[in-house]
Design a protein around this ligand. Sequence first.
Ligand code: PHE
Length: 341
Amino acid sequence: MPNPTAIEQLEAALTAVDEIATADADRLTQLRTELLGRKAGVVTKVLRSLQGLPAAERRSVGARANEIKTAIEAALDQREAALTAAVDQARERDRSMPGRPSWRGAVHPITAVVDEICDIFRELGFTRVVGPEAETEAYNFTKLNIALDHPAADMQDTFYLSPGIVLRAHTSPMQARTLERFKPPVRIVVPGQVYRRDAWDPSHAPVFEQIEGLVVDEGVSFVDFKAAIDFFVRRFFGEDTKTRFRPSFFPFTEPSAEVDAQCHICRGAGCSTCKYTGYLEIMGAGMVHPAVLDNCGIDSELYTGYAFGMGPHRIAMLRYGIPDIRLLFENDMRFLNQFLE
Ligand code: PHE
């Protein structure tokens, strides 16, 4: 006799729902599947079994069975609602719950160094500008007085995108672009990425940051150049820092210099950071070569200027004692978190 059994089974299911402890969320979910699951749910199965009954009986037993099913669903829903309300209330009341620490973004140390350097030059009236990373050979080399048979223009050193087009190997192309577009006085700093065919090692990267500086006006002298660089070095490394200019060579400056700042770690006494020289090399620089001015349509009889180029990666490494340039590219949070303010 399946009929009373069917009703009994359903009533037992309803009792099971009534008996769940009010706070037992897991049991509630479990029971909902056990009872109402589409395939194996107890209630589902019992209702399905009624199909085998004679028509008259099926009607009366079926009606009762559906009643109980509705009651089971209502009981489950009601318990679920009570549970959600209880959880919400508990959350609202628990003022002892610790707050979640909020994530704080921070600028990358290289970005911070670039901004700091550009800000120092802004005090001297320099404007910050940017230029393209894909350049023509003309801007990257020839307008800057670098012949295409110069080793720098070699495929070994420079990334070629297509014949005549390179990834700029320095920010100096912006000297030519600026001088072609603007009449002196010109005072710019140009931060940006540059590319060279160097393999990754502790002191080399195939892409790194540079900041170019350019001043062109009537009567700009080597003294103006030294004063501006000295001002920058004192601001950046500390007021009592000495600056040293060593003769050097660049095709686009004459005379050219390599600029050293007194080592901020040992104050000139000699240490491992400055390789016991007491000084750190921080930039290449010089007076703008008259050929560059002429190439850009600027009268080199009337105008003179100075230019410099420095590497924020190198400068950041010297300043913070970072032993490997790759640390500045990997974005390992254990490294970056040391630069949180
Ligand atoms: N462009 C040179 C370099 O990348 C640096 C430099 C810039 C030198 C401006 C002199 C003047 O090495």
